[in-house]
Design a protein around this ligand. Structure first.
Ligand code: SAM
Length: 255
């Protein structure tokens, strides 16, 4: 895709997600359950939500820990939505909105205790994201990262064809666990986001938006692609979905 087309595509994708609480599949109850099973973090943990969108998880994390969350996203539209939501919830003192590239944060080594990222690591590639983010974490720090993953090796051809085109390096859970080990993490647990959460919290609001939005050629093309993605998920959600990888930074010498 040319840079011009890429810019147009991202603008159309952003418009389609404007105003939605979630910009990808997720579930607050599911996230809270993961949090309730995490080992204790230091007092006032340093938290980051990378690829935060309009803050579905950043706001939840701020509320849960009553601690500051650095929330990073490239989209100024989504960062503005995050600021508005934080104000509405009276959480603006706990949210540090950062419009920027999560691959080039320039933060100090070991400066994060809990790194959270939902539906965003694929933009860098899962392994690449883990390798870039590992040095940011304190030794024994926790990373909770959701990643589109194959649930079986026996995947029907239409699903393989679609995702090989959309996300060529998508791996199965065993491969992603290997990638995490190679990147300096141990695995605390893996949890699959239920398919119902995709429909209720993401696809349904997105479908409603698709029916109301003003159609331009680039929006039309993103809508066609999204409808195909939904049809595929309707048929094949037993074979793939978002797995949440709950990781702990293995000890390395950070000096
Ligand atoms: C599928 S959305 C998920 C957003 C949010 N985590 C949620 O669950 O609602 C992926 C997000 O990653 C952001 N993103 C993509 N590449 C990025 C990058 N290099 N740095 C920061 N954010 C990025 C997009 O703007 C988008 O908001």
């Amino acid at each position: 895709m040319s840079t011009e087309n890429q810019t147009e595509y991202i603008a159309a994708l952003t418009n389609l997600h404007r105003g939605l609480d979630r910009k990808g599949p997720g579930d607050s109850g599911f996230s809270r359950d993961i949090l309730s099973n995490l080992s204790t973090l230091p007092l006032n943990p340093r938290i980051a939500d990378l690829g935060c969108g309009s803050g579905a998880s950043a706001l939840l994390l701020a509320q849960h820990y009553q601690s500051t969350v650095m929330a990073v996203d490239t989209s100024s539209v989504f960062i503005d939505e995050l600021k508005a939501r934080a104000n509405q919830l009276g959480l603006e003192h706990l949210i540090i909105p950062i419009q920027g590239d999560m691959a080039k944060l320039g933060w100090s080594v070991g400066s994060v205790d809990l790194l959270w990222s939902e539906g965003a690591a694929y933009n860098l590639g899962f392994e690449q994201a883990l390798k870039i983010w590992r040095p940011l974490l304190a030794n024994s720090g926790i990373a909770v990262i959701s990643e589109l993953s194959w649930f079986t090796d026996d995947v029907p051809e239409p699903a393989i064809a679609f995702w090989q085109n959309a996300y060529p390096t998508m791996g199965n859970e065993a491969e992603n666990i290997d990638r995490a080990h190679r990147s300096g993490f141990s695995i605390l647990s893996t949890r699959r986001l239920p398919s119902q959460s995709w429909w209720v919290n993401y696809y349904k609001p997105l479908r409603d938006q698709m029916q109301q939005i003003e159609i331009t050629p680039s929006i039309q093309s993103v809508i066609r692609e999204t409808e195909e993605e939904m049809r595929l998920f309707e048929k094949f959600s037993d074979f793939y979905g978002y797995t949440f990888y709950v990781l702990q930074a293995a000890y390395i010498n950070l000096i």
